[in-house]
Design a protein around this ligand. Structure first.
Ligand SMILES: [Zn+2]
Length: 169
């Protein structure tokens, strides 16, 4: 079954079609039909290639997203590991800080690490304990002010460790 298509084309195109038909021993109609079919096939192929290209781009994007996800998971695992290490360091420090470390020079009652480092005085008689922190005079002994500043910073950390672990006090 066939039907008729009216199409106005430029003279030059009609001449080219006539030349092509003559060369191939076809009627003008047969040459036009062959060219149109070829053109339609080419358009289909082009669309298919475009779809393949889009599909490949989507697959690439998916791959990159997976890689980013894996990277984020690795970072999270590392952060958790660090957090656990920090928590266990804090627990160890808090445990030490709760232990008896010295005795009060005034009343002789036991003094814990936290009394020495955090409150800075005897829990019984409130005598300042900073003197217990002083290093003995010796070669290479730390500078007194720097040493006390360091202990102050450490005391802050101990206080934090005590507060962040259960059974503080
Ligand atoms: Zn005391």
């Amino acid at each position: 079954m066939s039907t008729v298509v009216y199409a106005r084309v430029p003279d030059s195109l009609k001449q080219a079609l006539a030349v092509r038909a003559r060369e191939r021993g076809l009627s003008l109609t047969a040459a036009v039909v062959a060219l149109l079919e070829r053109g339609l096939d080419a358009t289909e192929d082009e669309r298919a290639r475009e779809r393949e290209g889009e599909l490949a781009a989507s697959a690439g994007e998916l791959e990159r997203t997976r890689a980013r996800l894996a990277e984020a998971q690795a970072t999270l695992a590392l952060a958790r590991e660090r957090e656990q290490l920090t928590a266990s360091s804090f627990r160890a420090l808090a445990e030490r800080a709760r232990g008896e470390l010295a005795s009060c020079p005034q009343c002789g009652k036991p003094v814990r690490g936290s009394d020495l480092l955090v409150s800075g005085h005897c829990p019984q008689c409130v005598t300042p304990l900073t003197a217990l922190l002083l290093p003995r005079p010796q070669t290479g002994a730390p500078d007194r002010d720097a040493y006390l500043a360091l202990l102050g910073a450490l005391g802050g950390l101990v206080g934090l460790a005590l507060a962040s672990t259960s059974g503080a006090g």
